[in-house]
Design a protein around this ligand. Sequence first.
Ligand SMILES: *[C@@H]1O[C@H](CO)[C@@H](O)[C@H](O)[C@H]1NC(C)=O
Length: 310
Amino acid sequence: MMSRGVRHLMTVVLLSVLLLLFYLSLSTEPLSPLLRASPHSPSILNAQHVRQETDGKSNRYVSSTSKAKDSIKRAADDAATIKELRESYLFPPSTEPYNLEEPSNINPSMGQAQAIDYIFKAKRDGFYLECGGLDGEVRSNTLFFERYRGWRGLVIEADPANFAIMKTKHRRAYTSPTCLATTPYPSKVVFAQNSNRGHIYNVLTYDDAPAIGLVNVQCFPLYSYLLALNTTTVDYFSLDVEGAEYKVLETIPWDKLDIKTLSVEYFHDAEGKVAIKQLLESKGYDVYMEVTDPNNLANDFIFVKRELMR
Ligand SMILES: *[C@@H]1O[C@H](CO)[C@@H](O)[C@H](O)[C@H]1NC(C)=O
């Protein structure tokens, strides 16, 4: 038989526990939407959450563009676009000695660079554009041209973790911690980091790699980068962006540029391989060959401007 005092005490304790639980349920933030987000529900993303998620491991290559700028759709060739790109997003070529993991590997490309060098008959002093650049060395399609053919170029890599490693390799190319836009104007995206399978988060790919990290990344149209570098001629454009290839190709003003050859990975695009081929064929290109690899480390078309093959 419990005394009245003990029962009273137990009631007070019970009520306190209930109150505490109620308080905790109010004060605990619901699970961040990012942690629950499925790869194809970007609508629940909000930029504020992304910044919170990434601030802990942010580095100086993470874009800090203000929200206000996102709403302005500046043309790819707008002077303000070019100025912003030049001043904030383009790093000049390194003048330091290379710091490569495997300096004796003359051509780490999976076959794309070998095909392009063959097409150009070992041409010297060309200009390349590579996106994504990964760490600037592993399976790089452009390092060979830089080291052994004296080409100049630009390497774009959206994942700040990969970009930071690339910077340590001292590429003699312009580098940019950004992404090729899928829009004909600069746009900011959420980028899903995943080593060599990172991609723009809301681009529907048919085999989406899970996001290991999510970061805000500033994208510019391809045309803007070339104008920022005072060129409209590209000898070789290596495009490998894990699913956004078709959409990037759609933004290119082909009549204003002279892109002579391309390698385009077709494996991850929701639009499909045939659509990529047809798009480039309609722009005056022919498939020269396909470069594939048994472990899917390459699934690329090599395109050559039709007039060059005559
Ligand atoms: C491009 O031209 C501008 C203006 O003449 C110049 O300031 C800039 O250094 C040039 N950039 C490159 C990469 O050639």
